[in-house]
Write a protein that binds this ligand. Sequence first.
Ligand code: 3HC
Length: 280
Amino acid sequence: MQTIGVIGAGTMGNGIAHVCARAGFDVILCEVSQPALERGLAAIAGNLGREVAKSKLTSQEAADAQARILPASSLEALAPCEFVIEAATEKFDVKAQIFRTLDSFLAPGAVLASNTSSISITKLAAATRRPMQVIGMHFFNPVPVMKLVEIIRGLQTSQATFDAVKALSEQLGKIPVEVNDAAGFVSNRVLMPLINEACYAVMEGVATPEAIDTIFREGMAHPMGPLTLADFIGLDVCVDIMRVLAEGLGGAKYNPCPLLVRMVDAGWLGRKSGRGFYTY
Ligand code: 3HC
């Protein structure tokens, strides 16, 4: 396999394209919005530049990696890809439509991986005529730095598909961990209730965001406290994932904290909007 398609040039998509190109693969980076595509390419250049500054890459290696990324604005451009990683909007209908379209023209052996953080791989697989070749490949932000790839097997995913994705993750320098398909998988099933509970602690006046984050940084050696992390992930993403947990697993403990919902309603989405638990 030489060419990997990546769909979506947002934070996750551009990070995935970065690590694939850095590992020597040709990448076709597909993004429908031209400004978003340009922002994604600029982010990759900036992040490769950081790696050069830290002597993790030579400037020639960074230039070669950037040159291996071919930008595209339509899904049809992904026709030569044997492997596609989708990192589009976190909405089932959007992802299912992308998978159906790709399924109609990609080579029969091509694998479709989704970087979804919580949507059912089993349901996505069922939207295609190649359910055995559909799998979850959940990367973590910032993708060039975080080692984990959570590999999610749908009910229909074949062993050959799983083995190929595990091998690819290792080629990308990542540490793959296998989980089965269930709401939130493992990462977000455990992380999001922690973040949600931290929001309740703020709402109830138990402590300030700064105090809560200091407790986790200095008491539990987390690199970021839960509320800084929530701002980093995006408060809208946190609410969406809590709703997936509430629907998929049931029980009041998964309801998004009312304060979190109000902040999202106000347009306070965290770092990307300039305001969340902190101002940026
Ligand atoms: N590309 C390349 N390199 C990057 C980078 C990027 N986008 N962002 C940071 N780096 C590098 C820096 O150059 C630096 O390199 P060095 O170790 O050689 O000096 C290193 O990463 C650390 O960065 P900084 O010195 O700028 O800052 P920090 O030490 O504060 O680290 C952080 C930043 C890596 C983001 C750290 O704060 C961290 O690990 N935070 C937690 C991140 C986390 O939990 N991510 C998961 C989110 S959940 C998710 O993604 C799943 C989704 O489904 C919700």
